[in-house]
Design a binder for this molecule. Structure first.
Ligand code: F6R
Length: 245
């Protein structure tokens, strides 16, 4: 789907998230998968508007983050837990104790790996993610599944690609402070969600969108796994769409 402006992209994405959540069976609250980064910010604002207008309610929802840095405490202002508390929980009214984020700090690598396995189990226990919100890296990454990620991978430790660390250096006092590793939902974990809604704006994402949507399904463009999903919605502006045939 192509929106004519970032605002329209946010509106279309929000409508598709809410429609996806509407399929949630009655009983437990809906389960939302959450991306950080600049791409979904407009979408989160639209969801907040929907809450104010009585069209949505996240007070009983559960939120599962896509990823977290390793090596910075979850109280650090650039941790994805803090980012999501500020940019999502406070905005759409998702209770802080309903936000789940992979654990990036632990006494050992084994403990982080065990927590990553437990994270996948907790998603399953919540009934699975109804709608996973996604951005895309300029290199085609999904979550922090960098090029070369296994297509059926589960939540696990990954090394950040050099260009991802450069892209994210703007949030830190210099690239040397950007973590080198992260914990990310795997591509297989992401594919388990009921619906995927990916948002991308700007010409910097055009090549990645073209490769993801029209290229071969390949670990060299992790976002190409979207083609394997039966309910994947890609919402872009004209600039991000310009590589599409
Ligand atoms: C976010 C994430 C990343 C971003 C991607 C795009 O949790 O895992 O995949 O979605 O790097 O980032 P922005 O939206 O800042 O361009």
């Amino acid at each position: 789907l192509i929106g004519s402006s970032p605002e329209e992209v946010a509106k279309i994405a929000s409508d598709n998230v809410l429609a996806g959540l509407a399929h949630h069976s009655a009983g437990a609250g809906p389960v939302l998968g959450l991306a950080t980064g600049s791409s979904p910010l407009g979408l989160y604002r639209e969801l907040s508007r929907a809450v104010q207008e009585g069209r949505a309610d996240f007070s009983r929802a559960q939120g599962f983050a896509l990823d977290e840095y390793i090596g910075i405490p979850d109280t650090h202002e650039q941790s994805y837990r803090q980012t999501l508390l500020n940019e999502v929980c406070d905005v759409i009214g998702l209770p802080a104790d309903s936000l789940h984020v992979p654990q990036g700090m632990a006494a050992s690598v084994e403990a982080i790996e065990a927590a990553a396995r437990a994270y996948d189990a907790s998603i399953a226990q919540a009934g699975g993610i109804d709608v996973q919100i996604l951005g895309i890296g300029s290199n085609g990454h999904l979550g922090f599944n960098e090029p070369g990620s296994a297509l059926r991978s589960r939540t696990r430790i990954k090394r950040l690609a050099a260009n991802t660390r450069e892209d994210n250096a703007r949030f830190f006092d210099g690239i040397e402070h950007v973590p080198t590793h992260c914990v990310t939902q795997g591509l297989g974990t992401i594919l388990d969600a009921g619906r995927l809604v990916l948002v991308a704006v700007g010409s910097g994402k055009a090549d990645a969108i073209a490769a993801a949507v029209e290229g071969p399904i390949s670990a060299s463009c992790p976002a190409s796994v979207l083609q394997l999903h039966q309910d994947a919605v890609v919402v872009v502006d004209e600039a991000a769409a310009k590589g599409l045939k």
